[in-house]
Design a protein around this ligand. Structure first.
Ligand code: PLP
Length: 432
């Protein structure tokens, strides 16, 4: 399968190049030339398949031409080795719990897949010393760092905004050591993302070291996220609830929802998507007006969605071609901190189900938009304990920290400090 750039200047790129480069030379995002429809027989039988079996079928449609079957199967099975249950919250509203992996957030899926696929290609190229740069607003850093921890030949630099991620999130990528370096940037997530983008474009740096990205722009992180949409559908089908399915995705950089939209294009019977935003509602505004106006992000209690210029918007546009076509499949929602808190409190009081601030945006949008006869599921994108103090102050109860997260909190924080100026960041990397 070949890949093209959303900016149109690069075509016929191999999977290997797309994965190793991350971003296209014209600064566009890579898209597969073809999105293959899966056969009817697959959907007829999907409720009898495991998460790993479903994932492998979906993976073959994207990667089957480029990775040997045994290797691809190994990568998929290793990646999808934790459960992703669909849990009933109330009548016709379900939570797809994506927080049962090693860092308790959905980004584990893409990060684990990517680290293994990149490792596979690097070995094939006989290379050593590839450097992964990743900007994080919280959960990407931990998922990527843990996905790559100890992978030979790869060093990871995690850039994160100083004081803008939660303590637990920070522990998950600043305490690992080994091949992981955490860079604490005096700025916002957008500044971190800008530093990473500038690094890829800088000729001196690229001469000095081999760079690649692990943000959701990388196809190896982005595409595997489609797997669990199929598994959610399989679980609904098993319950006899697979008609008129609506899927709601708490969105920041829009990688997660875009993978779901790819699933729909492959034939997954989801009738409608809702992209739910916090106050960083650039996409919501786009749906209303047809105009895409990025603006600086503002900090909210759903901090992994604090993105002012969602990269994957370019992919949505490439997939659909027009505002009208986008609006036919996707509707929007936007909530402020007060509404998010109110929803968490109300949900636990009425149903006993504890939402995290991101999942709360998903749950609320379904509550507001679901029509009679529809069944909705939202993506519970992270474990509530990752936002412990926020969640506790809202619900007035203690939140237990799962064992996987507790283990991280015992480590010692090690970081490199950096300003938001590219020259500083470059100087640091040139010494590495
Ligand atoms: C990253 C993240 C999001 C946003 O996902 P995108 O793919 O960037 O849209 C939502 N919730 C949580 C908990 C996240 O970590």
């Amino acid at each position: 399968m070949k890949y093209y750039s959303t900016n149109g200047k690069q075509k016929d790129v191999s999977l290997q190049t797309a994965v190793v480069k991350g971003l296209a030379e014209d600064k566009g995002l890579f898209m597969p030339d073809e999105i293959r429809t899966l056969p009817k027989s697959f959907f007829d039988n999907i409720e009898n398949l495991s998460l790993q079996e479903i994932s492998y079928e979906v993976a073959k449609a994207f990667f089957g031409d480029d990775v040997e079957p045994d290797e691809l199967k190994r990568i998929v099975y290793e990646t999808m080795s934790f459960d992703i249950p669909l849990v009933k919250v109330r009548d016709n509203i379900y939570s797809l719990e994506l927080f049962h992996g090693p860092t308790a957030a959905f980004k584990d899926v893409g990060a684990r897949f990517m680290s293994r696929l990149l490792g596979y290609f690097i070995k094939k190229q006989g290379e050593k010393n590839v450097n992964v740069l990743v900007a994080t607003s919280g959960d990407t850093g931990s998922a990527v760092a843990n996905g790559f921890l100890g992978v030979e030949g790869i060093h990871v630099y995690v850039l994160y905004p100083k004081n803008l991620v939660s303590k637990i999130q920070e522990c998950q990528f600043t305490t690992l050591g080994r091949n992981i370096t955490a860079v604490e940037v005096s700025g916002t997530f957008d500044d971190c993302q800008a530093l990473v983008k500038s690094a890829f474009m800088d000729a001196d740096l690229n001469k000095h070291m081999k760079l690649t990205s692990a943000n959701s722009i990388n196809v190896a992180r982005f595409l595997p996220q489609s797997f669990y949409y199929f598994y959610a559908y399989a679980q609904l089908k098993k319950m006899g609830k697979a008609e008129n399915v609506v899927c709601c995705v708490p969105s920041g950089n829009f990688g997660n929802i875009t993978a779901g939209l790819f699933g729909k294009r492959m034939g997954l019977p989801i009738s409608h998507f809702i992209a739910t935003n916090n106050k960083n509602d650039i996409f919501y505004q786009y749906l209303q007006t047809g105009e895409y106006n990025p603006r600086p992000s503002v900090a909210t209690i759903a901090n992994a969605m604090d993105v002012g210029d969602p990269s994957n918007f370019a992919r949505i546009l490439a997939l659909y071609g027009s505002h009208k076509a986008i609006c036919a499949d996707i509707s929007g929602a936007t909530y402020n901190n007060m509404q998010i808190g109110e929803t968490m409190k109300q949900c636990i009081d009425e149903t006993g189900y504890l939402l995290d601030p991101h999942g709360a945006c998903g749950y609320r949008a379904l509550e507001e938009q679901l029509k009679p006869g529809e069944v909705g599921f939202f993506l519970e994108t992270a474990h509530p304990a990752k936002f412990k103090s926020t969640v506790e102050s809202i619900i007035g109860k203690e939140v237990e920290i799962p064992a996987v997260l507790q283990a991280f909190m015992k480590g010692t924080k090690q970081t490199v400090e950096c300003s938001k100026n590219f020259e500083d960041f470059k100087a640091f990397l040139m010494k590495e």
